[in-house]
Design a protein around this ligand. Structure first.
Ligand code: UD1
Ligand code: MG
Length: 449
């Protein structure tokens, strides 16, 4: 039987943040969710999350996982105390207890599985992941003797000699839960930080083994924002490498960020300072960027999106967007459409080959195919309390600076005069013009005063 405990009760003082440390995000996912994702792949029987500092925030952070039970540790007297609280609140202590620090977010499930297999093969009381770090500063140092782990000494409790030891504790342990239960309540807090350390269980248990793995970013613990940024870099480098190997060109990869979930097709060119977030899909032969932000959006083949922002929308093939367009949620932009500079579109469907080339706002609208929306056209969709719909039929020509006061329906092949404020529906093949006539006064003399 495999049980998991994730330690997530600490304040994370070194983050200098009002947000609990485990809720900080890496590439869009909280540290806690990342640890949980790796644990879930092991299909454990139960997962306990130890919460304490701002426990409500952590519990309500939108965690995606089954079988979890929150254990509240209040006050937080250290990592050993967290497991004491767990052992008091959960009566049945059977099988293995895999304990993970909630601030070691890049740990892979394969590595956890290796630790479990190693633990089983040794019939150990505890097995822990260790690594040799070039710069071990901040980590607990691991001391071994005759193949067993003798003790772990925290950075702050080390003397100068001990500090030279570069074998560090990753904060990930597999315990025999029954063995652990027998000694967990005997932990003391006689150390510099006056905390109850989980690491002291290692000395109290007989068969303590270390599984040393190669130093890679996987075991990086996050205690401050420098470490957070280092992990972000690690994740982004992996994501971009994966795409490059699979046929995506990045002109300046360092300036771009891509979510893990995003899918990018063949021969896509990602220009500098481009960010593809959430669940986005970019199909073959698109050029995206420079300076573009796309979130939760599908972009079909052969599109070009330059200097623009696109949220939660569907862009069909051969569409040109930008520079400086803003596509807000719920838009469907059909094939061969052109959306130009300073155009904002929201909750609207544009059929094939519609052009909205300059300075327009199209909201809550349906625009039929081949229609041209003139520069400066505004759909006035909000009457102060409600939003209203605008429908424009196919083959229409909306004159420059037309204001369409919604709700309004224009038929097919409708033309509107430039500068019109259109308040009435108009039928197929009509010209709608609503502006005052020009008056020319001859021999007009300027007032000299
Ligand atoms: C800990 C280990 C250290 C190891 C390092 C690896 C101890 C005493 N030290 O140090 O040997 O090298 O991790 O990253 O365990 N937490 C609680 N309740 C508490 C205190 C902490 O749940 O009362 C949680 C924190 O939220 C955090 C985790 O335990 O997720 C680790 O705590 P942290 O203070 O970051 O320990 P480190 O100093 O990093
Ligand atoms: Mg830590």
């Amino acid at each position: 039987m495999l049980n998991v405990a994730i330690l997530a009760a600490g304040k994370g003082t070194r983050m200098e943040s009002s947000l609990p440390k485990v809720l900080h995000k890496l590439s869009g996912k909280t540290l806690l969710q990342r640890v949980l994702d790796s644990c879930n792949e092991l299909k454990p029987n139960r997962i306990f999350i130890i919460v304490g500092h701002k426990s409500n925030e952590v519990e309500n952070s939108g965690i995606k996982s089954k079988n979890i039970q929150f254990i509240v540790q209040n006050p937080q007297k250290g990592t050993g105390h967290a497991i004491q609280v767990l052992s008091q609140q959960v009566k049945k202590h059977e099988g293995k207890l895999l304990v993970l620090n909630g601030d070691v977010p890049l740990i892979k499930s394969e590595t956890l599985q290796k630790l479990i297999n190693f633990h089983d093969s040794k019939t150990a009381d505890v097995s822990l992941l260790t690594t040799n770090k070039k710069d071990p500063y901040g980590y607990g140092r691991v001391f071994t003797k005759d193949n067993l782990v003798e003790k772990i000494i925290e950075e702050k409790d080390c003397n100068n000699d001990q500090r030279q030891n570069s074998l560090v504790n990753a904060g990930i342990y597999c315990f025999n839960w029954i063995s652990l239960s027998k000694i967990i309540n005997t932990l003391k807090s006689n150390n510099k930080q006056k905390e109850i350390y989980l690491t002291d269980t290692i000395t109290l248990l007989k068969k303590s083994y270390s599984l040393e793995i190669k130093d890679n970013a996987e075991l990086e613990g996050i205690n401050n924002r420098l470490q957070l940024s280092k992990c972000e870099d690690t994740i982004q480098t992996i994501i971009k490498k994966k795409h490059m190997i699979k046929g995506v060109t990045f002109i300046n990869p360092a300036s771009c960020t891509i979510s893990e979930e995003s899918i990018i097709g063949l021969d896509v060119i990602i220009e500098a300072n481009t960010h593809i977030r959430g669940n986005s899909k970019i199909s073959n032969n698109c050029t995206i960027g420079p300076n573009t932000y796309i979130k939760d959006t599908t972009v079909n083949e052969n599109c070009e999106i330059i200097n623009s922002t696109v949220f939660n929308s569907e862009i069909m093939d051969h569409v040109n967007i930008g520079p400086y367009s803003h596509i807000r949620p719920n838009c469907e932009i059909s094939s061969y459409c052109k959306i130009g500079n300073f155009v904002e579109i929201k909750n609207s469907q544009l059929e094939e080959k519609v052009k909205v080339n300059h300075l327009s706002y199209i909201g809550d609208s349906k625009v039929g195919k081949y229609t041209n929306i003139g520069a400066g056209t505004i759909t006035a969709n909000f009457d102060g309390s409600k939003k209203h719909q605008t429908n424009i039929g196919k083959n229409s020509s909306i004159g420059a600076n037309t204001v369409l006061i919604a709700p309004i329906n224009l038929g097919e092949s409708v033309t509107t005069g430039a500068g019109s404020v259109i308040t009435k529906d108009s039928q197929n093949n009509s010209l709608a013009i609503a502006r005052s006539k020009q008056v020319n006064i001859e021999n007009w003399k300027k007032n000299d005063s």
